[in-house]
Design a protein around this ligand. Structure first.
Ligand SMILES: NC(=O)c1ccc[n+]([C@@H]2O[C@H](COP(=O)([O-])OP(=O)(O)OC[C@H]3O[C@@H](n4cnc5c(N)ncnc54)[C@H](OP(=O)(O)O)[C@@H]3O)[C@@H](O)[C@H]2O)c1
Length: 312
């Protein structure tokens, strides 16, 4: 059977480039939006050219040129958006409304995966200000997708390993502490950690799977459902050293958010929902969702212990 044709929007981004790699590796004809606005960003251009060398097709276009988006989406069966959505880097989630308009007009797209890939926004109606903007904006995009009748899959990828495993979940760190670590309370709330390459692999497996149609795909590999304390213990066993631990109570964490700028407040708000509230694991996946490692047991996902070894 012919492989579906995939367009990745945001293909040079942090998660986007992994999605492109996974799509190429799985043999899908892979198209990447080459935005006119990249200007003189030589790193982006060279990444695009290296994808082209591996067989990807570059499609010129712009979010401010509706016709170019319509033409781009007409080339493919599946559109995956990996547009930015982390405030300390860039947050452009609502730009996807232009993409939805283009898909509505083109009428050919068999599956759209909007840029989500984190906490399930549909479960975050109660989230703290100002961090809730991430979830609210992603829900605005969902509403537009559903109103336009576009077939879709939403992906809740939980904690990207690079940010969370790397820093032992400590905000502001992406490398693991070697002496002291601050725990969220007693560090016992369970989160889920996923290697970004594995996220790409699961996403590509899901794009033409009827079981994921109009559903949320949760990526929750069993052995990577861990608390911060368990994560630290794995690191300690690799280091062969016990770290000094302090505990930050929920109230002290909330108080600390008052003294920082809005971008930091947004990020810390997400840490709060994950590590004090437990929003990644405090629910069962119901009928509207499916779990990736159960659907695709053949994927030998990276265990947290193996991921941490690179920091030794
Ligand atoms: N679960 C987690 O732990 C976690 C962590 C980080 C991010 N996320 C989520 O993952 C998704 C992608 O985030 P990311 O960090 O991978 O994004 P990113 O690398 O910051 O940016 C992705 C892409 O967005 C596009 N972009 C940026 N500014 C733009 C603009 N003004 N106009 C049009 N396109 C623009 C660029 O695409 P081009 O390639 O076209 O230049 C860029 O490469 C977001 O939904 C985010 O919330 C989740």
């Amino acid at each position: 059977m012919e492989k579906s044709r995939v367009l990745v929007v945001g293909g040079t981004g942090y998660i986007g480039r992994r999605i492109v790699n996974a799509s190429l590796a799985a043999g899908h004809p892979t198209f990447i939006l080459q935005r006119l606005e990249i200007g003189l960003d030589i790193d982006k251009l060279q990444m695009l050219l290296s994808f082209k060398k591996q067989g990807a097709h570059l499609v010129e276009g712009s979010f401010s040129d509706h016709k170019s988006l319509v033409e781009a989406v007409k080339l493919v069966d599946v559109v995956i958006s990996a547009i930015s959505g982390v405030h300390f880097r860039s947050h452009q989630i609502l730009l996807q409304l232009n993409l939805v308009e283009a898909m509505k007009e083109a009428g050919n797209v068999q599956r759209f995966l909007p840029s989500e890939f984190g906490i399930d926004p549909a479960r975050m109606a109660h989230a703290l200000e100002p961090g809730r903007v991430t979830f609210d904006d992603k829900m605005v995009v969902r509403k537009a997708i559903e109103e336009a009748g576009i077939l879709h899959t939403y992906v809740s990828a939980n904690c990207f390993a690079g940010y969370f495993v790397g820093g032992l979940c400590e905000p502001g760190r992406i490398t693991p502490a070697r002496d002291k670590v601050c725990m969220f309370g007693d560090g016992a709330i369970k989160a889920v950690f996923v290697d970004e390459e594995d996220i790409g692999t699961y996403i590509i497996k899901a794009i033409d799977d009827p079981r994921t149609l109009n559903k949320t795909l949760y990526i929750r590999p069993l052995e990577n459902i861990l608390s911060q304390r368990e994560l630290v213990e794995i690191w300690e066993s690799l280091l062969e050293k016990v770290l000094q631990k302090s505990q930050l109570s929920e109230q002290d964490f909330l108080n600390s958010m008052k003294d920082v700028n809005i971008v930091q407040q947004i990020g810390l708000g997400h840490y709060y929902q994950v590590f004090y509230e437990g929003c990644l694991t405090n629910f069962e996946i119901g009928g509207q969702g499916v779990e990736a490692s159960q659907l695709y047991p053949e994927v030998n996902y990276t265990r947290v212990r193996d991921y941490l070894k690179q920091y030794l």
